[in-house]
Design a protein around this ligand. Structure first.
Ligand code: NIG
Ligand code: FE
Length: 448
């Protein structure tokens, strides 16, 4: 059944759209005014895509002006006259159009890759053993500290452009490889500049509590004090990030340290998120729910208490199956049970040089479908609208609702289910951010 015409009230002024995308075989709006009034999608609502066959999408001033059956959109906006010269018309040529992906958890600013550690893991060492031997996060910390902001910005810009070529239009970027006030600030400034250069919307998160840096190894409490007394206040004062994250695990920051850091961040007006219950069922998810965090992420080892806490809270469960896949683990987060019990589930890449060098959201959806038994529709909602809720960006991103930023992707096929099904294929034929077309690498992708 076709979703009815959705029209921004601003259309009443009669001004022509700037852009009209026509001949859309399948428009996936992920929008329903009733379902979306109160919070992220849960249970059966995670399968509601707001589909329209034979559709058009109208854009004005960078925002969605109308969606619906093409004849109804044309009728509502232009009467029966063809669009005038002020309107750019793009034919989707019988393909599908979806909201741009929102990737709500990445560590996209870093220096070198860590393929050496990948080989060591394949040969049998664990992530934790490699970290204890001086690799892991601290290897990236040493590397990042040796590079200047311009170099980090250039590296991150290229990686963000690659994400956009795979359909990501909003991305979260964490610090956490600096672990000193100046290096964290350098990293966040590089992230902001890179997002501006690449041309996508970025939500920045201070993850100074990612690891205890080597110079504080025997003085963990002093490092927590540095984060609370210096780094977070500076981040808030200088507007370097809008969120705060903590790697909450017994071997990194325990529940008490995590709560101290997160409460201080909340006082400073930062939104909260937590790396929780990744290695052990440790109570990180319940802490996130208790503190009103926007999201709790990883959750591979979440237990029933954690699931119940998230189901009862507005905190979105952000699952990162690319990490489990890359680390070669057998156990994925219990996504099926979480959805069935009422948790609002989102998906993210966790793109980083250690545990997950995957940045392609289509592949994340493929892994979520086959390994965690999400349906293709649930996986798409988890990578769009619920991911936007996880970042507090639900008013502007995550669905093609009238008034939201016109961030969308034209696929190279006519059905969204091709995304996870053709796992290693890039299904993106065109990417638009705020109604502006992003130039895909010429030659690499078919142009529209
Ligand atoms: O989310 N869990 C901690 N942090 C990252 C890994 C970062 C790294 O290995 O460099 C993660 O998986
Ligand atoms: Fe992470």
């Amino acid at each position: 059944m076709n979703t009815p015409l959705r029209l921004d009230p601003a259309a009443a002024d009669g001004r022509a759209p700037d852009l009209l995308v026509t001949d859309i075989a399948q428009l996936v709006t992920v929008h329903d005014p009733d379902l979306d009034a109160h919070g992220p999608r849960r249970r059966a609502a995670m399968s509601e895509l707001g589909l329209v066959a034979g559709a058009a999408l109208a854009v004005r001033d960078g925002r969605v002006l109308a969606t619906g059956a093409e004849d109804e959109v044309r009728q509502a906006l232009c009467g029966h006259a063809p669009p005038g010269p002020a309107t750019r018309v793009v034919s989707a040529r019988g393909r599908a159009v979806i909201p741009g992906f929102v990737d709500p958890h990445t560590h996209a600013v870093f220096g070198r890759w860590r393929q050496d550690e990948y080989e060591r893991r394949v040969r049998g060492e664990t992530y934790q053993e490699i970290a204890a031997a001086g690799g892991g996060i601290n290897a990236s910390v040493r590397d990042l500290r040796s590079r200047d902001e311009d170099e980090l910005c250039a590296l991150a810009t290229a990686r963000l452009r690659e994400m956009m070529a795979w359909g990501t239009t909003t991305v979260e970027i964490k610090s956490g490889y600096g672990l000193s006030s100046d290096d964290e600030a350098k990293m966040l400034r590089a992230a902001r500049r890179a997002a501006n250069e690449a041309g996508l919307d970025a939500v920045l998160t201070c993850l100074a509590a990612h690891e205890v840096p080597p110079e504080y190894r025997e003085r963990r409490a002093q490092y927590v004090k540095l984060v609370v007394d210096e780094i977070l206040p500076r981040v808030a004062r200088e507007g370097l990030a809008e969120r705060c994250d903590v790697f909450c695990e017994p071997s990194v920051f325990d529940l008490a340290d995590s709560e101290t850091i997160l409460r201080r961040a909340a006082e400073l007006g930062l939104q909260l998120t937590v790396h929780a219950d990744e290695l052990e069922p440790f109570g990180g998810a319940a802490l996130a729910a208790k503190l009103g965090a926007a999201s709790a992420d990883h959750l591979i080892r979440i237990d029933e208490t954690g699931r119940a806490a998230l189901a009862a809270a507005d905190t979105v469960a952000v699952l990162l199956p690319g990490t489990v896949f890359t680390l070669g683990l057998r156990h994925y987060a219990p996504a099926r049970a979480m959805i069935d019990e009422g948790c609002a589930v989102a998906l993210a890449s966790d793109f980083n040089p250690g545990s997950c060098p995957i940045l392609a959201m289509p592949l994340i959806q493929a892994i979520a479908c086959t390994q965690m038994r999400l349906t293709p529709a649930e996986a798409l909602v988890a990578c769009t609208l619920n991911a936007a809720w996880a970042l507090g960006r639900q008013a502007v991103a995550g669905s093609l609702a009238p008034g939201k930023r016109a961030d969308f992707v034209i696929l190279d096929g006519d059905d969204y289910r091709l995304i996870p099904y053709r796992a290693a294929h890039n299904p993106v034929a065109g990417v638009f951010v705020g109604g502006q077309e992003f130039m895909l690498n010429p030659g690499a992708r078919p142009s529209i």
